[in-house]
Design a protein around this ligand. Structure first.
Ligand code: GRF
Length: 215
């Protein structure tokens, strides 16, 4: 199977990056992480990448005059690695429409909620406040609508009566580390793609909730 070059964008801890690194270490995965790019020099994920022998770049958004200039430089840095797929893994920047269009169909994000619920921040707190019985995480193709692109995979988990935002976040993270590597692998294998009517898996358009993966 042809190699799938992957560039991962991060801003922080990079635990999802670590899950991706671990999952691509085995020889039978066509996904290869060519570079990790961060907008913050102190992102711990950069150390994870270096420890795995992966190229890193830092592009500090504060050094640029506005979003357009930053995203143009980001595109240049990413494209130097000729990616087939760009993976957002805790990249805390809102991307310009031009950036999103440039990577249409090859840009994935993970979000800590069962989208379309709780776009944006503080998702665990919001799920608890709403009294939801289920929460979880979603992998989706990125479109110009923030956290709004077609869903590829979702992992729902039950909310427990004694959950706090922290305990819930912890259990959701475990699921993130399960479904993101899987979605990336499916993409690299040519099984997951963005079709005209949404995300497709093995040639079938997925339901609006994406592929549901329950434990
Ligand atoms: C995750 O919760 C992810 O869903 C969100 O940002 C967080 C990144 O965590 N997009 P990490 O840096 O991968 O640990």
């Amino acid at each position: 199977m042809a190699d799938c070059n992957v560039v991962v964008l991060i801003s922080g801890s990079g635990s999802n990056l670590q899950a991706l690194i671990d999952s691509t270490a085995s020889g039978d995965n066509p996904a290869h992480i060519r570079a990790v790019i961060s907008n913050r020099a102190d992102a711990y994920g950069l150390q994870r990448a270096k420890a795995a022998g992966i190229d890193t770049r830092v592009l500090d958004h504060k050094q640029f005059d506005g979003r357009e200039a930053f995203d143009a430089a980001l595109v240049e840095a990413i494209d130097a690695f000729e990616p087939h797929l760009v993976v957002l893994a805790g990249f805390m920047r809102i991307l310009t429409p031009g950036f999103v269009r440039h990577y249409a169909g090859r840009l994935l994000n993970i979000h800590p909620s069962l989208l379309p619920k709780y776009k944006g921040l503080h998702t665990h707190q919001r799920a608890l406040e709403a009294g939801d019985s289920e929460h979880g995480c979603s992998v989706h193709f990125v479109t110009e609508e923030l956290d709004g692109g077609p869903l590829a995979v979702q992992a729902p988990i039950p909310v427990q009566s004694d959950d706090t935002p922290e305990t819930l976040a912890q259990r959701v993270h475990v699921q993130e580390h399960r479904i993101y590597p899987l979605a990336v692998r499916w993409f690299a294998e040519g099984r997951l793609r963005l079709g005209d009517n949404g995300a497709e898996l093995d040639g079938q358009t997925l339901p609006p909730t994406g592929q549901q993966l329950r434990n």
